[in-house]
Write a protein that binds this ligand. Sequence first.
Ligand SMILES: *Cc1c(COP(=O)(O)O)cnc(C)c1O
Length: 401
Amino acid sequence: MSLFHARQMDAADPLRRFREAFVAEAGGPIYLDGNSLGRLPRKALGLAEDLVQRQWGERLIRGWNDGWMALPARLGAKLAKLIGADADEVLVCDSTSVNLFKLATAAVAAQAPRRGIVTDRRNFPSDAYVLQACGDLTIADDAVAAADGGTAVVALTQTCFRTAAVYPLEETTRRVQATGAWMLWDLSHSVGAFAVDLHASGAEMAVGCTYKYCNGGPGAPAFLYVRRDLQERLLSPIPGWLGHADPFAFSLEYKPAAGIQRFLAGTPAVLSMACMEPGLDLLLEAGMGAVEAKSRRLCDYLIAEADRQLSEFGVTVASPREAAWRGSHVSLRHPEAWRLTQSLINDYAVIPDFRAPDLIRFGVAPLYNSFEDVCEAVGRLRLALRTKSYERYDAARLAVT
Ligand SMILES: *Cc1c(COP(=O)(O)O)cnc(C)c1O
């Protein structure tokens, strides 16, 4: 009955056709880890071949003028549409960690004599490590309440990687700005998962990742956003040659490029950057409104099925139940979460991931996940719990969980 119902919902799903736009091994596992590494868009296959064989193999150095040099800005312009920004406010470059370092350091310098940075305890630890290197960091339970007259910037990850709890972008930004601090958002688990409107929020800065819900590929470069009116006031702490006003003048004197371009550091990673484009195009084609609507329905369905089928085994829902307060993954809590995750992957062909100490995360990628995926995943988790199939797994964790 339940599977029948799931298939009916899939048949009525307006985004159904996008599933075919991604590579999926026939008879392969149910993939619910798009919040860590999104699937491979089919178009990226042909593109990768063209990039390596023709662009690199034949065009060689001419490739830079054929379009490689323009990639950070051109892809930034596409990404801007996903986050409510203008084309000249976003660049694709470096990793999220590096971009966070660049923007937080620039913000602290611009806000002198304020030196404080405030973040919250639920942030992704890498962000906290980086922020410590940019100013005087306070890690608080309530970051907004902890901001004061010495705070230069409040840096928060909008969607919590553990529970998918989200901050309301506009309201939080307004409260932060009322203290005189700037708002720096990490949108890693937001972009491509639901509609984000940076302009409406008024936030000064943002960074984020493209290999999660944007399906950019393993280690694909990240992005950064700087509100247009601030760009000329800020300097990158990594003043590399591609952020120079005239890189090929080879002057020994650094002169920052106009606008967002000054936040480039060195040569773009062309192969992985170029492979990101098909993933961005698919999101733009689907529209973030439709993506968000489907994400909510899939997550609501997962929560309802978990309540119905798993609560008798001690599984609880760790994510917000209210869709408006939740990103696009659902975390289930169980003391055996690690071994259950192992059993799901190895015995039941379902790929979620594990976050210590007791969470199983089910990432829901609206472009390729179906109601049937969710129905099957919960059903198979129930089976793992009922048969205790996880008991034969070692409690020792792998390097990447
Ligand atoms: C995924 C993620 C990152 C990743 O950072 P990298 O520098 O790309 O490794 C950073 N911050 C948050 C909040 C993330 O979710």
